[in-house]
Design a binder for this molecule. Structure first.
Ligand code: AMP
Length: 384
């Protein structure tokens, strides 16, 4: 029987799973259990995992890889989830109160059902832990960081890491570029959105911070905001801390601006002349351009711009609105290449100094790869 890696992505009421053959990392089977803890759904994550194992039948994974949102400063890469590591994920719960607990529930359920199978945590924050202090620290008194961990951690790290590696490999193959010399800006534009500045495969800055709220405009999150707006709204509108949290995370972004968080619908409405949708797109794309410009300055030179995730991979009109005004920075766009639909890695610039690439992200495969390598698997065999 071939070895396999089970990748688990546990949300508060869902468990996404993917079984990969190793070391080829082709997906064998996948599924999603929803409504955990809700009426008519699985009782808890342990029951959900039992259902996944039932579905796998005789197949037992050699390794289980967990997507974990917050690894704090501790986890700078994937980690074997021994007792000390699990305790550390637990200690980090206050930084990700909605996200780390379901991951922990998944880890405990696996430990119970598959006690001899090694478990590996792959953290959304890990790739960004190479950021210099100048990028990671806020201009706050030191105690905020020392006593409360208030600093910039970044998220979507597995995606930024994967697409920057794939983009580097692609440009090496097609242009003979040395990936170590490449300065890239990666744009993960999905329902959540973030940008990263990546120098030679190493993250030097990213747009999400203490939480995923900072940075770009997203489906329902506002991104950058004058922090005084928070206290002002609490006083002026009488909102509680929880209500402001909800407002900024769930009712803002594209949804707040035009009532719609799905970019497809926003684009349709803008094309039909809807002024709110048009303004929402303007704000969304302008913010992305501001980050590209800022990161070009951080990197000192821009060699490539990489679009990924639901919007980045599929929305030609968003890519056009981001790239065309950046001509002065060496960003060009081939209209036909931009409009073509494909699930492949592809280059869509018109031959300018900045390579513009679309790289479909694949966080599950990346988690499987990383989990396999931490558990002692040979990646060279996989890449051969
Ligand atoms: P993700 O979080 O990566 O799954 O991205 C989800 C988002 O991608 C959705 O909310 C849509 O706004 C967006 N999306 C998916 N397909 C398209 C498309 N063809 N055109 C524009 N946006 C898309």
């Amino acid at each position: 029987m071939t070895a396999s890696v089970l990748v688990l992505n546990a949300g508060s009421s869902s468990l996404k799973w993917d079984l990969f053959a190793a070391p080829a990392f082709s997906s064998l089977r996948s599924g999603m259990i929803e409504r955990i803890g809700e009426k008519g759904g699985a009782l808890d994550h342990a029951a959900a995992l039992a259902a996944v194992l039932d579905e796998l039948g005789e197949a037992r994974p050699a390794v289980v890889g967990h997507r974990i949102v917050h690894g704090g400063r501790t986890f700078t890469g994937p980690a074997l989830l021994d007792e000390a590591a699990i305790a550390e994920v637990e200690r980090l719960v206050p930084l990700a109160p909605l996200h780390n607990p379901p991951a922990l529930a998944g880890i405990r359920a696996v430990a119970e059902r598959l006690p001899n199978v090694p478990q590996v945590g792959v953290f959304d924050t890990a790739f960004h832990q190479t950021m210099p202090e100048a990028a990671a620290r806020y201009a706050l008194p030191a105690w905020c960081e020392r006593e409360h961990g208030v600093r910039r951690y970044g998220f979507h790290g597995t995606s930024h890491q994967y697409v920057s590696r794939v983009a580097g490999d692609y440009l090496q193959r097609t242009d003979g570029r040395d990936p170590v010399e490449l300065n890239l800006v990666t744009l993960h534009l999905g329902n959540g959105c973030s940008a990263a500045a990546v120098a030679g495969g190493v993250c030097v800055d990213t747009s999400m911070g203490l939480t995923p709220l900072e940075g770009l405009v997203m489906g329902t999150r506002c991104g950058d905001l004058d922090p005084a707006a928070v206290t002002y709204l609490q006083r002026a509108a009488g909102l509680s801390a929880e209500e402001v949290d909800r407002l900024l995370n769930r009712e803002s972004g594209l949804k707040g601006l035009c009532g719609e968080n799905d970019v497809r619908r926003v684009l349709q409405r803008a094309a039909a002349g809807d002024a709110d949708a048009e303004l929402a797109l303007d704000i969304y794309c302008r913010r992305i351009r501001k980050y590209v410009g800022a990161y070009a300055a951080v990197l000192g030179r821009l060699d490539g711009l990489v679009f990924t995730a639901g919007v980045g991979e599929n929305a030609a009109e968003i890519r056009r609105r981001v790239c065309e005004p950046l001509a002065g920075f060496g960003v060009t766009l081939d209209a036909a290449a931009n409009a073509a639909r494909s699930g492949e890695v592809r280059r869509i610039d018109a031959g300018g100094p900045v390579a513009v690439l679309i790289v479909p992200t694949d966080e599950e495969t990346e988690i499987a790869r990383q989990a396999w390598s931490v558990a002692g698997g040979d990646l060279a065999a996989a890449d051969a």
